[in-house]
Design a protein around this ligand. Structure first.
Ligand code: OGA
Ligand code: NI
Length: 208
């Protein structure tokens, strides 16, 4: 993590680098613990998601100014995070984040001192866990009166890392759904896709 903070030396827009660095360090520990517990829960070997698959921590601060007519725009439109796991902090008491459940958008109320944990679309969802865990589709709506800020820490695979179905989870009744690929191949498809989220994995689907 020191490497991360020192890489900000030329970044003038991060005023409290030590605070951000300390926060990022703790969130990284939290993400590692959650990933280990997921491994244990799924029956994967210890450290399966560690290393290259969650190598790149990346922080995004989202700021949504008030919008006089929230029906006209989203803060962030519907998506799944294309990474391994995201830890989100909703700083204020302003509602904005929504998740899709059974076809309905549900508001995720900010809870003081609590994080929102999003399973990333790629690994945990369709590949590494062979569909055992699902990534939730989410979006952020705007508020007509109050501004809202959220802090997202994404844990992203190294571009060269190989994404493959967890062998321990695939068997004759639950065969692998996608072929192995490098993360950078997927992310290129994800960014350049012209359709919905699932289009990004289409090229990697194994024939049924
Ligand atoms: C994101 C995201 C939601 C929010 O940054 O990927 O989904 O509540 N943010 O800001
Ligand atoms: Ni997101």
């Amino acid at each position: 993590m020191e490497k991360l903070v020192s890489s900000w030396n030329n970044v003038q827009t991060v005023p409290e680098k030590h605070v951000v660095g300390a926060y990022a360090t703790e969130v990284k520990k939290l993400a590692a613990t959650i990933l280990e517990l997921i491994c244990e829960g799924l029956g994967l070997e210890f450290g399966y998601f560690g290393g290259k698959l969650s190598e790149i921590p990346s922080m995004l601060v989202n700021h949504y100014p008030p919008c006089p007519d929230p029906s006209l725009t989203f803060g962030v439109s519907e998506h799944c995070d294309p990474n391994l796991i995201t830890i989100l902090q909703q700083e204020s008491d302003v509602l904005g984040l929504q998740v899709l459940r059974n076809g309905e958008w549900i508001g995720v109320e900010p809870i003081s001192k609590a994080f929102v944990v999003n399973m990333g679309y790629l690994h945990v969802n369709h590949k590494c866990s062979n569909n055992k865990l699902r990534s939730v589709e989410h979006r952020a709506v705007t508020n007509s009166e109050k501004a809202r800020t959220s802090f997202a820490m994404f844990f992203i695979p190294n571009g060269d890392s190989i994404v493959e179905p967890a062998k321990a989870l695939a068997d004759s009744r639950n065969p692998a759904i996608f072929k192995s690929f490098q993360y950078k191949e997927f992310i290129t498809h994800f960014i350049n896709r012209t359709g919905g989220i699932d289009v990004a994995l289409e090229p990697f689907k194994l024939q049924a």
